[in-house]
Design a protein around this ligand. Structure first.
Ligand code: F6P
Length: 319
């Protein structure tokens, strides 16, 4: 390997810049040339590629988003499109690719690996839904943002004696919702991994209010229910004013937390070290504080992100 490419793909997450910086600087230190692909797999297909040096990645460590840009590119599922991308990389002399992103990006890296192209996947998503890692780059920052927002809602709900129904991101993974629920001490948390019914939730809220609570907060993972409809049903049922808030893309932006910067820096450097050792077709994770790597094909075909039922139980036990 002489030249390494790096790209960010799918939804951005805070800490991606720190990961790119670590890939670039570790790569240069080990004697490789490094280039950045703009706008994910889409930019790869278009040949939107730039050479990177140490100063190209100055002043990005503390910035949210990804300075390389990102995109969702469904056409990458088509084999001929991927073959064209491999040709583009060959034309640019890129011998290996580091992909930073979520499950769609991992799928792309897996498909490239299956075609014999050397790839390393880094888990960059706020959803924390990737197999083979306890946490993903961006999850910690998104959690802080969600907690900060819910704390503010609590203030105003308590003043007005209101109920808040708050939708958080996570796609089909309840990790962000469950951690936010524990950190904010909410009355209920609704996640895709645990069946729930409105009647039980509404009854629990009524009980809390009858027991003297001044307000109630329900955290709902996205894609679970219409939070606006839930708010009007709760208002009709309890007689308390109820407001729905969708936190949305607020959770994706912002300065990465120290934990995300450290995680991303460690993972980015590790990706290049693995390539240097002759490894490829791997995805990186962190387990019990230590960096780990798995076969990316095996990871996507056979491993699953584990549901943390103890987190869910704790959120309910402490409410
Ligand atoms: O995967 C990150 C994520 O923010 C999910 O939580 C959410 O479901 C999705 O991306 C939103 O996608 P988009 O930015 O394309 O609207």
């Amino acid at each position: 390997i002489k030249k390494i490419g790096v790209l960010t793909s799918g939804g951005d997450s805070p800490g991606m810049n720190a990961a790119i910086r670590a890939v670039v600087r570790t790569g240069l230190d080990l004697g490789y040339q490094v280039c950045g692909v703009r706008d994910g797999y889409l930019g790869l297909h278009e040949g939107n590629i730039i050479e990177l040096n140490r100063t190209s990645v100055s002043d990005i460590l503390n910035r949210g988003g990804t300075f390389l840009g990102t995109a969702r590119f469904p056409a990458f599922k088509i084999e001929s499109v991927r073959a064209e991308c491999i040709e583009v990389m060959k034309d640019h002399g890129i011998d290996a690719l580091v992909v930073i992103g979520g499950d769609g990006s991992y799928m792309g890296a897996k498909l490239l690996s299956e075609m014999g192209y050397p790839c390393i996947g880094l888990p960059g998503t706020i959803d924390n839904d990737i197999a083979g890692t306890y946490t993903t780059i961006g999850f910690d920052t998104a959690l802080d943002t969600a907690v900060n927002c819910i704390d503010r809602l609590r203030d105003t709900c308590s003043s007005h004696k209101r109920i808040a129904v708050v939708e958080v991101m996570g796609r089909h993974c309840g990790d962000l919702a469950m951690s936010a629920a524990i950190a904010c001490g909410v009355e209920a948390v609704l996640v895709p991994e645990k069946p729930w019914d409105k009647e039980t939730v509404y009854h629990q809220i009524e009980e809390g209010i009858a027991g003297g609570k001044r307000h109630a907060i329900i955290v709902v993972c996205e894609n679970q229910t219409d939070v606006h409809q839930m708010a009007s049903e709760l208002e009709a049922r309890t007689g308390l004013e109820t407001r729905a808030t969708v936190l949305g893309h607020i959770q994706r932006g912002g300065t990465p937390s120290a934990a995300d910067r450290v995680l991303a820096s460690r993972m980015g450097a590790y990706a290049v070290q693995l390539l240097h050792q002759g490894q490829s077709g791997r995805c990186i994770g962190i387990m019990r504080g230590a960096l780990v790597h798995y076969d990316i094909i095996e990871c996507l075909n056979t491993m699953k992100h584990q549901f943390r039922s103890e987190m869910y139980d704790l959120a309910y036990a402490l409410r």
